[in-house]
Design a protein around this ligand. Structure first.
Ligand code: C5P
Length: 408
């Protein structure tokens, strides 16, 4: 596997919006150029108040554009040519207003028009006051944009220029430059087959009833999406869930733990990386009634005995013959997370355990964000901040890359 994300250099169109964090953009331009990318800057009208176009022009080595209707600028390179030129469009700082414009599809100035016209991936680096970032309107816009495949880096938590503390700081230029290189790195996982399990299982009691759990499948789907984006051949074994299949992913729908075990075993042989994000039922009814169990057959107050039997531990099973594959397991814990995760990793025999605390409301089941810890066989723990699941997926795959290279 080619693990050099900087293998492909690209054309980065940097759209600078009017926020105080724009003062950091010259440094970003410098880092992107140093990484070998071609950079062109477009500014919103307000951005010019925070950063000098001349500085950006000098550092990028290309004319800076800011007006949609300037005949001279448009004659040099039209807004559509700019949109087509870009391999990646970065909006930094991405203000609340710019996010709203993009979410709504407005095209009333150069930056918004280019963003609508481009077919290149878009990376937003939000920066704003913490209350603006947490406003329901901004949350909804961010959610919508993420669903459309727009990438986000940050914002980070900390001291804000407005005097408030909290989430809203633009990520540092070095972080943004690294993310750009990764996004442009393209298909670094080409030739790697990744098997992902996702979602809960559904264990039938009778013709209509079943035992299931609250897993939404979002974490596993994010891993599948990110692996496919990196060029891997991805097989996703999915429990019942309404999520759309990520682009380029082969999906195998299953219902029960036994069906998942069969599908995983079948696909395991040809895979080099396995990520078991599914919440597999640990017990299933020993026998499922083919007919619906009728309530009237039961006397009032009578109990209904359902005998449960253990399902196979799929993860443990595959780890027993994993060879040089990298296998990642998950652990959803409600208390003593680290200790429980360490024990689980030892019991299952996987290469990495991704543990999350399901007692939090902003992480774990059925959320778009997750706060996880990486637990390694040596017992080391790395705690990640609360991140969108797609970003967590990226971090997991970064870790898997290191494991495959033997550097971790
Ligand atoms: O033992 P526990 O269910 O907490 O372990 C969670 C991890 O094991 C997850 O990676 C899950 O996909 C996997 N698992 C499995 N087969 C089971 C139960 C869990 O592969 N029967």
């Amino acid at each position: 596997m080619n693990t050099q994300p900087s293998a492909r250099l690209g054309n980065v169109l940097l759209a600078v919006a009017g926020g105080i964090a724009a003062y950091k953009i010259p440094e970003l331009v410098r880092l992107l150029r140093r990484a070998g990318h071609s950079v062109r800057c477009v500014l919103t009208e307000a951005a010019g108040e925070f950063v000098s176009p001349l500085v950006l022009q000098t550092l990028s080595g290309a004319p800076v554009r800011s007006s949609l209707f300037d005949a001279g600028e448009e004659g040099e390179i039209s807004h559509i040519e700019l949109a087509d030129w870009a391999d990646l469009v970065v909006v930094a700082p991405a203000t609340a207003d710019r996010m709203a414009k993009l979410a709504q599809g407005l095209a009333d100035d150069l930056v918004s028009t280019v963003l609508l016209a481009t077919r290149a991936p878009v990376l937003l680096a939000p920066a704003m006051n913490v209350n603006m970032w947490s406003h329901p309107a901004t949350r909804a816009n961010a959610e919508l944009l993420r669903e459309r495949g727009v990438h986000f880096e940050g914002p980070e938590a900390g001291e804000l220029a407005c005097g408030w503390e909290g989430e809203g700081r633009m990520s540092e230029p070095v972080t943004l430059a690294g993310r750009v290189t990764l996004l442009l790195g393209g298909e670094t996982w080409k030739g790697v087959r990744v098997l992902v399990s996702a979602g809960g299982t559904r264990e039938p009691i009778d013709a209509v009833r079943s035992i299931t759990n609250r897993s939404s499948g979002k974490m596993g789907f994010a891993v599948a999406e990110e692996a496919a984006r990196r060029g891997a051949e991805v097989v996703l074994v999915a429990g019942p869930c309404p999520l759309p299949t990520p682009p380029g992913v082969r999906r195998i729908d299953i219902e029960t733990a036994l069906e998942m075990a069969a599908a995983v075993e079948q696909e395991f042989e040809a895979s080099q990386v396995v990520v078991m994000a599914a919440a597999v039922a640990d017990f299933r009814p020993a026998e499922a009634s083919a007919l619906k169990i009728k309530k009237e057959d039961l006397a009032p107050g009578a109990g209904l005995q359902i005998e449960l039997v253990a399902t196979p531990d799929i993860l443990k099973g595959i780890c027993g013959h994993k060879g040089d594959r990298v296998v990642v397991g998950f652990a959803a814990e409600s208390h003593d997370v680290v200790e429980a995760a360490r024990r689980k990793l030892a019991r299952k025999g996987c290469d990495l355990l991704v543990a999350n605390d399901i007692s939090r409301t902003d992480a774990g089941f059925d959320t778009d964000t997750n706060a996880v810890m990486f637990v390694s066989p040596g017992g080391e723990v790395e705690e990640l901040p609360l991140l969108p699941k797609i970003e967590v997926a990226g971090r997991i795959l970064d870790r898997v890359e290191k494991l495959r290279k033997g550097t971790r």
